[in-house]
Design a protein around this ligand. Structure first.
Ligand code: IVH
Length: 684
């Protein structure tokens, strides 16, 4: 490559990397996989090193010389006491061995102690504890200064707001990763798709998007989790190695990365990485690699270690933003495979949403055979130009759902045509519609047989009435045999009608009838959830059940009634009211009741705390946050993350901050722990 060509390519790559940085860090909606991103960045770094003059000619600023910037509007900015660095990824064992060789050379010691930890695929955050109390949570930002996300982070269950035991430093910055479990990711993405919004590609992006939500109540409704692994500023110092630090974090009661390996020498490091690769798929968090750390803090701070990218003159200011040389991130290659698109089919969801699916030549990938991959929506197909017959790469990396990541254009069969997204529902042939600003096309026909089937399936499913024996296949069969046409028909089924459906089906038919009977008295929230009201997941259904206590009361609810429920915004309230304004839906509810459905309202009806919303703030003298929450919930109350006019009580402990002020401004009653205990006692 000539210097002129290098210059052109450097300029091109810088624009691309900057574009992907923006999508990844600020908008949490990346367009390419981490693997492809790392490749672009590595190519850029390589050219900048080989052609320094060309790099300078393009301009001084390069995305390789800084960490991505996650700062967004709406958050106060806070300077880190110690810069929050990151690590470049390597996918290569040789590079890992070079990392060790560099350290051996710099330190003049052969036998180096390391830790090997899972690299959690989440969002980095720095927690400041002052005299043992959590006072701040800040995102990485540009490495020097991040966004203050303290209120959101405080909603994370499992993160204590005070360190347990002694010693605690005066000030410590503890670094960790915020993540979402796979089940939670699936749950939220389903709601997202039902609401016609773009699904998140993977749990990391969803965690990033959630952490940056401006409403802490909304954040509390999504189960974020955290683990901690790193140290920033610490005054006075309490430990001198990563192993000791890990033990100390655990002793303080913080959730830590587990398992991790403490080893000597690079061969043992590699063995630990291989072992980690074998077990990582069973972890709660997505683990896309390993972080190898020099164990001794003294060695980490050795003047010869420094930062990758530090100039010959050792300019510390710029270097602070780069990767320290005492650690190395090794990423497992994403699980990818090449296959062919046999067909593109369209799934119709219960809300009528049309989801295109690539039907693939079966291919073995990361432990399972993949036959189908989601293509998300019409825009995505057009953007990737996926066609029937194309050779494609499918990947399961951070992405849990297999996705088509690229079309191998060189292998495209001659004469292939761009995919034409259907203009009609593939099941009932009704013309499809797309709401303004929505990415999803929908079938608007309420009687569309596929929508009906999906709705009934949802109604009887685990999250709905949970009727055993009435899974997908049985619902389909009952519909096919015309034994049911609506949800209410389930309650009119007779033993004699079921009997012929299975050979020697007596026991089965009796059990199914018994299961259906038992569900007549199901918890009210299950029925509300099972109705399939847009925007209403299990949590909202529970809120509605608590607030209205009967289907009749809920049917008559106005938007204003609904808005009074803590955690209900305009969108959810409008969705519920609109659903019940539809005569066919009210008719369905009436029919269900007429067929004998008589759901059970939530317990604690007589409790004085039913329907009461509490906000906890500060540290209570004896009760942990979890314990206080459990007591309140057991008495029928609800704990929320933020104070509003709808809050009934704020329970304030030591170091209560802005929530207490807000409670006072809004005239919300404030209790201390003794007051809460009294209220609980009187509520029994
Ligand atoms: S230590 C010098 N340990 O991955 C900074 N980071 O690629 C070292 N990460 O920025 C950070 N798990 O956001 C460390 N066990 C772990 C980690 C971890 C995930 C993230 C973190 C970091 C990036 C490094």
């Amino acid at each position: 490559m000539s210097p002129a060509e290098a210059q052109t390519r450097i300029a091109e790559l810088r624009t691309q990397v900057a574009h992907h940085d923006e999508l990844y860090y600020r908008r949490a909606h990346p367009e390419i996989t981490d693997f492809d991103y790392d490749r672009l960045k590595a190519e850029l770094a390589d050219l900048e090193t080989r052609f320094p003059a060309a790099a300078v000619a393009v301009g001084a600023e390069s995305p390789t010389a800084k960490v991505g910037d996650d700062r967004t509007e709406g958050f106060a900015r806070v300077k880190h006491r110690q810069a929050m660095t990151t690590l470049d990824n390597t996918y290569d064992e040789t590079e890992l061995r070079e990392f060790h060789a560099r350290l051996v050379k710099a330190l003049g010691v052969d036998d180096l102690a390391y830790t090997v930890e899972p690299k959690i695929d989440g969002v980095a955050v720095s927690l400041t504890f002052e005299h043992g109390k959590l006072t701040r949570a800040v995102t990485r930002g540009d490495g020097e200064e991040g966004d203050d996300v303290t209120v959101n982070v405080r909603t994370i269950r499992g993160l204590p707001h005070a360190l347990k035991g002694r010693p605690v430093p005066d000030v410590i910055e503890i670094r960790g990763e915020i993540f979402l479990r796979e089940e939670e990711f699936r749950r939220i993405n389903q709601l997202q798709e039902e609401a016609g919004e773009a699904p998140y590609a993977n749990p990391r992006n969803l965690a990033a998007g959630t952490l940056k939500a401006l409403d802490p109540g909304f954040v509390a409704g999504r189960s974020l989790e955290i683990v901690v692994y790193g140290l920033g500023h610490c005054e006075p110092e309490v430990v001198t190695s990563q192993v000791a630090y890990h033990a100390q974090l655990k002793a303080w009661g913080l959730p830590v990365v587990e398992p991790y390996w403490a080893v000597h020498g690079i061969d043992a490091v590699w063995a630990a990485i291989v072992e980690l690769d074998g077990v990582r798929r069973s972890f709660a968090y997505g683990t896309d690699g390993a972080v190898v750390k020099l164990d001794s803090f003294e060695q980490q701070r050795h003047p010869k270690i420094g930062f990758r990218g530090m100039g010959a003159d050792g300019r510390a200011e710029a270097a602070r933003k780069l990767s320290p040389r005492w650690a190395c991130a090794y990423k497992f290659a994403p699980d990818r495979a090449e296959t062919r698109v046999r067909d593109i089919t369209i799934q119709v969801g219960r809300t009528g949403a049309l989801t295109p699916v690539a039907e693939l030549e079966p291919v073995f990938l990361a432990g399972t055979t993949v036959k189908r991959a989601t293509l998300h929506n019409a825009d995505e197909i057009a953007r990737k130009d996926v066609r029937i017959g194309d050779a494609v790469l499918v990947e399961k990396a951070g992405e849990i759902i297999p996705a088509v990541v690229a079309v191998l254009l060189g292998k495209r069969p001659a004469g292939s045509e761009p995919y034409a997204f259907p203009k009609q529902c593939p099941v009932c042939y009704t013309a499809v519609v797309r709401g303004e600003g929505e990415v999803v096309w929908r079938c608007p026909n309420p009687a569309c047989p596929e929508k009906v089937r999906r709705r009934i399936e949802h109604f009887t499913s685990k999250g709905g009435l949970d009727i055993e024996g009435l899974g997908e296949e049985m619902v389909a069969l009952l519909l096919e045999k015309k034994l049911i046409a609506t949800m209410a028909d389930i309650y009119r089924l007779k033993f004699e009608q079921l009997l012929p459906l299975k050979k020697s089906g007596e026991v089965w038919a009796r059990n199914l009838i018994a299961g259906i009977d038992a569900s007549r008295a199901a918890d009210l929230w299950r029925v509300i959830h099972g109705l399939g009201i847009p925007q209403v997941g299990a949590a909202a259904a529970k809120d509605l059940a608590r607030a209205f206590r009967s289907l009749d009361a809920l049917t008559g609810a106005t938007v204003n009634d609904l808005l009074r429920i803590d955690g209900f915004g305009e969108k959810t309230a409008a969705a519920v009211a609109t659903w019940f304004a539809e005569p066919a839906n009210c008719e369905l509810v009436r029919e269900l009741q007429a067929a004998g459905l008589n759901p059970t309202p939530p317990a604690a009806a007589s409790s004085a705390l039913a329907g009461k919303t509490f906000v906890l703030t500060g540290t209570l003298p004896t009760l942990s946050r979890e314990a206080a929450t459990a007591l309140i919930e057991a008495a029928g109350g609800k704990v929320s993350g933020s104070v509003s006019k709808k809050t009934h009580y704020v329970v304030a402990g030591e170091d209560a901050g802005s929530k207490l002020e807000k409670a006072r401004t809004l005239g919300v009653s404030v209790l201390d722990e003794a007051g809460l205990q009294q209220l609980l006692a009187s509520a029994v």
